[in-house]
Design a protein around this ligand. Structure first.
Ligand SMILES: C[S@@+](CC[C@H](N)C(=O)[O-])C[C@H]1O[C@@H](n2cnc3c(N)ncnc32)[C@H](O)[C@@H]1O
Length: 269
């Protein structure tokens, strides 16, 4: 008997009936118009699975922390991130602001972004530093180009399924210019078991790991590291985190990747 696909965290509904025009415009209408029916809350943006917020944040934290130390060192430095498809600012508020001095948000659904603005009015104090949400861009990723060299990390979570392959590839190609030296992307996304799963209700695509890897190649991106998100409810899609870099990792003669200068290591006596 065919098994129904696992459920996913995605609240988007079909495009409104008046949506017309090119497929790209229809997709944008789906992204911007349809979100109106979704409550601007954690439950809303997580499709009724607000309960996964804590494990999600914990998993993201465990993935990102060592990467930041490895790529940027442990000395104090002003770090800036971009939260793509930010929704109401859940990821920024619960996680990114703990690590970054400034976070910009990009989100096409205006009432989500307004909620994010309200949720993120206060600066967060981390030690002696101030961490704050800086810029709010109301625009879909397929139309967004980041400011050159602004970001240490571009975080893309649970929204890339709204972009078909051609938009996916052109978004990452444009977004590379937004990275600082040693900067990287993190893509955190639902994973199909094989091939892909199309959802006609919300016009989204859930891709398999192999599919993503093919797309990364087409974007000229290299996988620095991958981790599975653990402890999600069984009925949901598996979720993976990919750290992606634009420069080819240097390989040593022994076949291992060269360790970046700043990476943590054992002190030998
Ligand atoms: C499942 S929610 C996830 C929100 C947030 N990343 C989080 O994890 O809490 C998906 C988000 O992607 C946004 N989205 C939909 N289409 C998009 C597009 N074309 N570009 C950027 N974001 C999009 C939705 O409006 C929604 O806020």
């Amino acid at each position: 008997m065919p098994r129904s696909p696992p459920r996913k965290l995605n609240p988007l509904r079909p495009p409104p009936p008046e949506a017309t025009g090119t497929p790209a415009r229809r997709r944008q209408a789906a992204a911007t118009g349809s979100g109106r029916s979704v409550e601007a809350s954690t439950e809303g943006v997580l499709g009724g699975y607000g309960c996964v917020n804590d494990v999600d944040v914990k998993g993201s934290d465990a993935f990102l922390r060592p990467l930041l130390a490895e790529r940027f060192g442990t000395a104090k430095r002003h770090l800036v991130a971009l939260d793509c498809g930010s929704g109401i600012g859940r990821v920024t508020k619960n996680f990114l602001l703990r690590h970054f001095n400034e976070v910009d948000l990009v989100e096409p659904v205006s009432h989500f972004l307004e909620a994010a603005r309200e949720n993120l009015t206060e600066c967060m104090e981390v030690g002696e530093d101030t961490h704050k949400a800086a810029n709010f861009y109301c625009i879909p990723l397929q139309d967004f180009t980041p400011e050159e060299g602004r970001y240490d990390v571009i975080w893309i979570q649970w929204c890339i399924g709204q972009l078909p392959d051609d938009d996916f590839i052109s978004f990452f190609n444009r977004a590379k210019i937004g990275l600082k030296p040693n900067g990287f992307f993190v893509l955190k996304e639902n994973i199909a078991r094989n091939g892909f799963v199309l959802d006609k209700e919300d016009n989204s695509i859930t891709r398999s790991d192999a599919y993503f890897k093919e797309l990364f190649k087409k974007c000229g991106l290299y996988i620095h590291s991958i981790k599975d998100q653990s402890d999600l409810p069984k009925e949901l899609f598996a979720v993976k985190m990919y750290a992606l870099v634009a420069e080819k990792p240097k390989i040593r003669k022994n076949g291992k990747r060269r360790r970046p200068k700043n990476s943590p290591r054992m002190i030998r006596s």
